[in-house]
Design a protein. Structure first.
Lengths: 391, 320
């Protein structure tokens, strides 16, 4: 049984959290995540959940408390955005190296400075090397679905890695959308009982967590972590398949929209994928075979699978909602290009939408037109581009 | 029930030998005193620092109780998470609800007075059922003797050395214990490693107290303070005899000084035993020693006043 509801992205994730009913949640406000934890704290205040809220004094302490709680055998969640995620940075790496299956919702917001509260991906892209699994969401439905799947992925014995899901600040977090939610019992059964591998509360079997690894062991610890991230890829697909049986909604590493016969395509993640679908449809109405690859799983990065999906497309644009200063092109572009090495695919980079700058369908259509021109000219005039900025 | 040496002698050692602390270090002595009182149903959290490094070099550990090190500034927040997990799992019946457990976060003065101050303040304000112990050796010793806000005025460190125009640290030390008392938590104490019965009783009181508790324990570092390694305990004693480091406790808002020397020794007697104050004895620096004495006197008088006024207030507020 599923129920059709109208919720904002924040409320949709709060609803997922309610159904997950975690043992511990670290709570701290930041725009645009704030309302997510408002809703969740209200569930706690009504006794609708068993969760112990740790109402910390900063995001650094939020992630630190999550590490402590998860290490003590509690199913643990938190949520943040932007500066909050940045303040967690140090501890994000520690959470993943301790192999703690913490699940977090990150509401994408631009990083300061200058200070800005609106959406871009500089916060979560900046956390891409911290050892967390990262799932991006196009809308509220996906944020809800990803959040529930994140628990299973993170806690899988072959993985044991913290997992963050992302949803775009304001564009998704504050927009009311219709979505389907599962029954509480369905979610409870799907996620199952948390069986912690590490448990500080087991005093009969005392463990030491976080010992000093010097030159003789650090490298092996990191190598094992890299392997766990690799093992996450099939687990993400298994969990998605099981979830589709429950929900009827299909998830993969990415979504292909009219890609199989496309002559030109864009790769994008987050809410702009919805706009890109409109652009694809508009162009197809005008006889241009446009297509879209919407990335869902960013870490682990499904590079080979992406290349396989776009191998037949002569020109592809990669749209990044974040910049890597000092390196031309955004992070997604550079990673896709590295997997495309030696292939005859023309790749063009577009950095767009920083600080919440709107990206209307016409802008994405112009990207497709650039791709068509590149194919006609047989070469790419400008590989590195900015979309929608005053120069 | 007060701690008895006879009972302690029967307890197993929960900090294994073979750790890599310096000979004469007061840190492991602090840890063993705590563990003898806390016992095995205890989870320890440690901030980055000497004791963390010395006790847990992988694949070895000196800890015979569950232990977690997270980062430098967050042992209070980390243990607050462990305690939250315990409360949640116990409430839900997922663990034995009768099992009483102790949650103890440790940090050195750098990890507590400075970088971990916010994390500590938050955990204390939230009143987790936990004990935070700062083992205070008055500087960043693990990184090689740099000044912290716990470093006394006039002490030479590698970031506030004595030179041609500077005479060690310019500022007085931060009164962290007072800062934590201002959080109005159920139990706060200051202790010293030399007075083991006093310290262990304080640990026992703190662990028996429901809610947050904090103990600041002086643990001299002979490498940083520059005195012979066999004198760590005696140097700690000296700090209390001159009232530079008073030992006292605040329980339910009542202040109690646990040691009042019959004869208050001059601070200079304590300073001259430590190489970190050596430059203060050069001609022209007499005023610095006088200032240190004056500040120690002021703080001691203030403490005496607080003890008296808190008792008076208690009597006045008692129902007739």
């Amino acid at each position: 049984m599923t129920t059709q509801v109208a919720l904002t992205g924040n409320d949709a994730v709060a609803e997922a959290f309610r159904q997950i009913n975690p043992d511990v949640a670290a709570v701290y406000p930041i725009t645009p995540q704030t309302e997510l934890m408002h809703a969740f704290a209200a569930f706690a205040a009504d006794g609708a959940i068993d969760t112990e809220l740790v109402t910390v004094e900063s995001e650094h302490s939020a992630m630190s408390a999550c590490v402590g709680a998860s290490a003590a055998g509690a199913r643990t969640v938190t949520a943040s955005s932007s500066q909050g995620l940045a303040l967690m940075w140090e501890v994000l790496y520690i959470a993943s190296s301790y192999r703690l299956p913490i699940a977090a919702a990150m509401v994408n917001r631009a990083l300061s400075g200058p200070i800005n509260i609106h959406c871009d991906h500089s916060d979560t892209m900046g956390a891409r090397d911290c050892g967390w699994i990262q799932l991006f969401s196009e809308g509220s439905q996906e944020a809800y679905d990803n959040m529930i799947q994140a628990i299973r992925i993170a806690e899988h014995k072959d993985v044991l890695l913290p997992t963050m899901i992302t949803l775009d600040g304001f564009i998704i977090s504050h927009t009311m959308e219709a979505l389907e939610i599962l029954d509480d019992d369905q979610v409870k059964e799907f996620i199952g009982k948390f069986e912690p591998v590490t448990n500080l509360l087991d005093v009969e079997n005392p463990i030491t967590m976080g010992p000093l690894h010097l030159t003789d062991f650090y490298f092996e610890a990191k190598r094992a972590q890299a392997e766990a991230m690799k093992r996450a890829m099939p687990v993400i697909l298994e969990v998605a398949e099981e979830y589709s049986k429950l929900s009827g909604r299909e998830y993969g590493l990415f979504e292909e929209y009219k890609l199989s016969d496309a002559d030109v395509a864009v790769i994008v993640l987050g809410s702009a994928a919805g706009t890109a679908k409109v652009a694809v449809d508009n162009l197809r109405n005008r006889g241009i075979k446009a297509g879209l690859l919407k990335l869902r799983v960013y870490r682990p990065f499904p590079g080979d699978q992406i290349i396989k999906a776009i191998a037949h497309v002569p020109a592809v644009a990669v749209m990044d909602r974040s910049a890597s200063f000092g390196l031309d092109g955004g992070p997604v572009f550079n990673e896709v290009r590295s997997f495309a090495y030696g292939r005859e695919i023309k790749l063009i980079s577009y950095i767009y939408g920083l600080g919440g700058r709107d990206v209307p369908a016409e802008h994405i259509e112009s990207v497709f037109h650039d791709l068509v021109k590149a194919i006609e000219a047989g070469k790419v005039e400008n590989v590195y581009n900015y979309l929608g900025v005053r120069e | 029930m007060a701690v008895k040496l006879k009972d302690i002698s029967k307890n197993p050692e929960l900090l294994a030998p073979g750790h890599r602390a310096c000979p004469g270090c007061a840190g492991p002595t602090v840890l063993r005193q705590v563990l003898h009182v806390a016992g095995k149903n205890t989870v320890i959290g440690f901030a980055t620092g000497c004791m963390e490094v010395a006790t847990t070099i992988f694949p070895y550990t000196a800890w015979r109780v569950p232990y977690i090190h997270n980062a430098f500034e967050n042992s209070a927040a980390t243990i607050s998470g462990v305690e939250a997990a315990y409360q949640s799992l116990r409430r839900q019946g997922k663990i034995d609800s009768d099992k009483k457990m102790n949650f103890i976060a440790f940090g050195g003065d750098g990890g507590t007075y400075d970088i971990g101050f916010q994390s500590l303040s938050g955990a204390m304000e939230r009143n987790h059922d936990m004990l935070y112990i700062c083992y205070d050796n008055e500087a960043y010793m693990n990184t090689g003797i740099q000044r912290s806000s716990a470093t006394p005025k006039g002490a030479a460190t590698n970031t506030a050395p004595a030179g041609k125009v500077k005479q060690g640290k310019d500022q007085n030390r931060k009164d962290l214990t007072a800062c934590i008392i201002a959080h109005d938590i159920p139990y706060v104490a200051q202790a010293s490693v030399h007075n083991y019965l006093d310290f262990m009783n304080k640990v026992q009181t703190a662990l028996a107290t429901e809610g947050a508790a904090f103990i600041n324990v002086l643990a001299p570092c002979h490498r940083g303070w520059r005195f012979p390694m066999e004198q760590s305990i005696d140097i700690a004693r000296g700090a209390t005899e001159c009232c530079f480091w008073p030992i006292f406790e605040v329980k339910d808002h009542i202040w109690k000084i646990n040691y009042k020397p019959k004869e208050k020794k001059p601070v200079v007697d304590w300073l001259k035993r430590q190489g970190r104050f050596k430059h203060l004895f050069k001609p022209g620096n007499e005023h610095i020693i006088e200032e240190i004495q004056a500040e120690a006197d002021r703080k001691w008088e203030e403490l005496l006043g607080r003890e008296a006024s808190s008792r008076k207030l208690q009597e006045e507020m008692q129902p007739a």
